[in-house]
Design a protein around this ligand. Structure first.
Ligand code: 13P
Ligand code: SF4
Length: 303
């Protein structure tokens, strides 16, 4: 605790020196969320990156999030605590595979979940996050949609549209691990609890949800609901904001395995080090960034 206090003090000092802001995803360790200027889901953090007038953005999340920040705010320096914090789901689709699929479906528009590399984004028409996926799909003027890379979120949004969706076979290792059996056991143990679930979970698990939504939507739902007890079907770091917003409610994570190891690679020491050294810095090749930016900006414009 004493060490964390000193690290946090150092971070605050460095932040001033560098004119930096710290953005932290809800899946980050509690102590990182505590020092952040903004906590949020991937949509809110992309918005914050696009709007900031700080010189430096410290992005505490995974690599694609830092890239998206850099693309939206190209004149800023974007640094991350650890280069190795990647997203396995984002790595499940590459440019070659996507180009081949586009050739097979020349009339389709391509929607990329924000969990993709900058290169993949540069080959797409519009991005989305779990917070706006349904609205993004509605906004598209094509009858066919290529959807990359999350098959679970793809399956979820396909239920709200008549458009034909060609869905990539990617998934989030963390959310996809949750099973119907896990949820049923938890429901039996906590019969008064509502089950709130992220659409990156398997379709049969999502179906059991009393509420389905992005991390931010889940937090808001739990805060505003009259229910006092919840079974949570998303990553464990979300507990920090859930408890902060609703200190008198009870939250049971659906299993102890709902932990994204990539998100947890970051820690306070690494935040200090990246602010001291200004490394690792995110770099996106300008020709890739330019195209990827169109796709991200179209998403930000969807109301
Ligand atoms: P959201 O932040 O959009 O809820 O997405 C969850 C996620 O897995 C981010 O990597
Ligand atoms: Fe990727 Fe899943 Fe981790 Fe999010 S929680 S960064 S989708 S592996």
């Amino acid at each position: 605790a004493e060490q964390n206090r000193l690290l946090k003090e150092r971070i605050l000092e460095l932040k001033k020196e560098r004119n930096a802001i710290i953005l932290a995803h809800y899946y980050q360790r509690d102590e990182i969320q505590e020092v952040a200027d903004f906590r949020g889901d991937s949509f809110l953090l992309a918005q914050k990156a696009a709007e900031t007038d700080a010189d430096v953005i410290v992005f505490c999340g995974v690599h694609f999030m830092g890239e998206s920040a850099k693309i939206l705010a190209p004149t800023k320096t974007v640094i991350i605590p650890d280069e190795r914090a990647g997203c396995p789901m984002a790595d499940m689709v590459n440019v070659e595979g996507l180009r081949a699929l586009k050739k097979e479906h020349p009339n389709a528009k391509v929607v990329a979940y924000i969990n993709t590399s900058a290169e993949v984004k540069s080959e797409t028409d519009i991005c989305c996050t779990s917070a706006n996926a349904r609205k993004v799909i509605e906004s598209i003027d094509a009858e066919e949609i290529i959807w990359v890379p999350d098959k679970n979120l793809g399956d979820y949004v396909s239920k709200f549209t008549n458009k034909k969706m060609i869905i990539w076979e990617g998934y989030c290792n963390t959310h996809d691990m949750l099973t119907v059996k896990d949820v049923e056991e938890m429901k039996a143990a906590h019969p008064n609890a509502q089950f709130v679930v992220h659409p990156e979970c398997r379709p049969e698990v999502v179906k059991l949800g009393d509420f389905v939504g992005s991390t931010t939507a889940i937090i808001k739902y739990c805060r505003e609901s009259d229910c006092q007890e919840f079974i949570v079907g998303t990553e464990d770091g979300t507990g920090y904001q859930l408890r902060l917003d609703s200190p008198n409610k009870t939250f049971h994570f659906a299993t102890k395995y709902l932990v994204c190891p990539n998100m947890k690679v970051n820690n306070l020491k690494k935040v200090v080090r990246c602010l001291e050294t200004m490394q690792p810095e995110i770099y996106v090749a300008p020709e890739v960034a330019e195209k990827a930016k169109l796709s991200l900006e179209r998403m930000l414009q969807v109301k």
